[in-house]
Design a protein around this ligand. Structure first.
Ligand SMILES: [Zn+2]
Length: 145
């Protein structure tokens, strides 16, 4: 996903400049949590918000479309939309994923689908999934186990 990186010279040595980039997506889906003691046991829906963060070196490729970027946001969308959004939007998450569909489990499922569909595991830094306006689960490499 990246080739040449920007090198900066300081006191005779070179270093790379890095950045985090985040793109936000949304989808609306139904789910339920069997066995949950609260109302989430019943079929209901959420307007999910998904934040995908990449971390990587800033490319040094003058003249190329993605010069000065970690990755082109448009290229990120080309992976995230078919791999995740189009599969989950207006669907029953329990049926599509086969998971106990907590935000935590869905975040790991999304990480799997992104990396299985061509997103660089080295660049993927964080998956943050908002279930409501005040609740989210997030994972980074550390939580992948
Ligand atoms: Zn719910």
């Amino acid at each position: 996903m990246f080739t040449k990186v920007t090198m900066f010279k300081t006191r005779g040595s070179y270093y790379m400049r890095y950045a985090y980039i985040t793109k936000i997506f949304s989808f609306e889906s139904a789910h339920h949590l069997p066995g949950h003691r609260g109302k989430c046991a019943r079929l209901h829906g959420h307007s999910y918000r998904l934040e995908i963060t990449l971390r990587g070196p800033i490319k040094d490729s003058p003249g190329a479309s993605d010069h000065g970027m970690v990755a082109d946001f448009a290229d990120l969308s080309l992976i995230v939309k078919p791999a995740v959004i189009e599969r989950l939007d207006h669907q029953d998450l329990n049926a599509v994923t086969g998971l106990h569909t907590t935000a935590e489990n869905l975040a790991h499922w999304i990480w799997d689908e992104l990396t299985n569909n061509g997103l660089s595991e080295e660049l993927l830094y964080r998956v943050r999934l908002w279930e409501t306006e005040s609740c989210f689960a997030e994972i980074t490499h550390q939580e992948r186990g």
